[in-house]
Design a protein around this ligand. Structure first.
Ligand SMILES: C=CC1=C(C)c2cc3[nH]c(cc4nc(cc5[nH]c(cc1n2)c(C)c5CCC(=O)O)C(CCC(=O)O)=C4C)c(C)c3C=C
Ligand code: FE2
Ligand code: FE2
Length: 345
């Protein structure tokens, strides 16, 4: 039987520093997140980051935590329930990091009799630190614990028409009647190095601001920056936004290496200083609202904007468990479940 495994990033078990430390330890020791040699990663993560960041992150998590738990987990669970209502095969949910492990998610489907499983990472754009780490971990687990299971991966869905329609609708609904001056499309950042590492053509990616727009490059299938830029362009076309009223930026940088630019926080500040009074912001790299949208954008971002004279800061919610978004994920699942397995002679 077929089964679907939705996968999101994960959250700590609670917003207490000890749980945040455990979660960050697992997350940041992933070689596809902090992609330096093991000795350097251990020194950086265990020697420096885990001694300082958990306390600060726990404080931030406490500001956004819900009675039911982490917003990212609760919203992913609600999405899974809605997708399940639309798909006739079992749909499970797992997280790449934390207690809702990929192993438990695979086991749940296997216990229901599934031998063919499609993993759907809940990330619209491909990144080494998100989609690739899920794909690799799933392969490892299957080889070790579930050799009877075959896995079908799902490519990033940023280019699907149904996804762009839903994202555009969610923006239009929130901005209906608001006379905002500028809308920021703020994506989670990654170090520039990650983009070069994912370049399967070994040379297209020049980080020169142009290569990501070159038509037809094979590299785009794995270029996070390209996929973010195209997500913005497709929504802009759909909504008919005028040049100069929107921009693409990257948030949440960590450490001192160059990350994708322009940075969201500096752009908010620059625009406020330039006299923009009403700004809207949407975060299309995140399917579920989480620390990075509810705290970093909705709280810190708004504060920066107000400090430099901005007045209205409108945050567009993530797609979360919208019925039309659950339908997009169900469509992805159904396109696969509808395919018959070829008969072997
Ligand atoms: C080198 C560090 C990081 C990379 C690369 C990275 C990429 C990346 N992350 C997301 C989505 C999310 N990240 C979230 C939190 C978060 N991310 C990092 C670091 C990197 N992310 C840290 C240290 C944290 C923890 C919070 C903190 O201490 O600031 C979250 C929210 C999780 C939650 O529980 O709410 C999401 C979602 C993407 C999409 C991405 C690459 C494209
Ligand atoms: Fe992150
Ligand atoms: Fe690119």
């Amino acid at each position: 039987m077929k089964g679907i495994l939705l996968v999101n990033l994960g959250s700590p078990d609670s917003p207490e520093p000890k749980d945040v430390k455990k979660y960050l330890g697992e997350f940041l020791m992933d070689e596809r997140v902090i992609d330096v040699p093991l000795w350097a990663r251990t020194l950086l993560v265990k020697g420096i980051i885990l001694n300082t960041r958990p306390k600060a992150s726990a404080k931030a998590y406490k500001k956004i935590w819900w009675e039911e738990g982490s917003p990212l987990i609760v919203l992913s669970e609600r999405l899974q329930e809605k997708v399940q209502e639309k798909v006739e095969y079992p749909v499970a949910l797992a997280m790449r990091y934390g207690s809702m492990t990929l192993k438990k998610g695979l086991q749940e489907l296997v216990d229901k009799g599934c031998t063919e499983i499609k993993t759907i990472p809940l990330y619209p754009q491909f990144a080494m630190a998100t989609t690739e780490t899920i794909d690799v971990k799933v392969d490892e687990l299957v080889a070790k614990h579930f050799p009877q299971v075959t896995i079908t991966r799902t490519p990033a869905f940023y280019g699907r028409e149904d996804y762009i329609n839903v994202l555009s609708t969610s923006i239009a609904e929130k901005l209906d009647g608001l006379d905002y001056e500028h809308i920021l499309f703020s994506y989670h950042g990654v170090p520039e190095r990650h983009i070069r590492k994912s370049d399967i053509t070994n040379g297209n990616c020049k980080m020169d601001g142009r290569c990501c727009f070159k038509m037809g490059s094979k590299q785009h299938e794995f270029c996070y920056r390209h996929q973010c830029e195209i997500t913005t362009i497709n929504v802009v076309k759909k909504l008919g936004l005028k040049k100069g009223t929107y921009s693409t930026t990257f948030q949440s940088r960590l450490g001192f290496d160059p990350w994708l630019q322009p940075y969201t926080d500096r752009t908010i500040e620059r625009m406020g200083k330039a006299g923009i009074k009403k700004m809207a912001i949407v975060t299309p790299a995140f399917v579920s609202d989480c620390l990075e949208t509810l705290e970093e954008i909705a709280m810190e971002g708004e504060e920066i904007f107000h400090e430099v004279g901005g007045k209205e800061f409108t945050v567009i919610p993530c797609l979360n468990d919208r019925e039309d978004f659950a339908q997009v994920i169900a469509n992805i699942a159904k396109e696969w479940t509808a395919v018959e397995k070829p008969q072997t002679a």
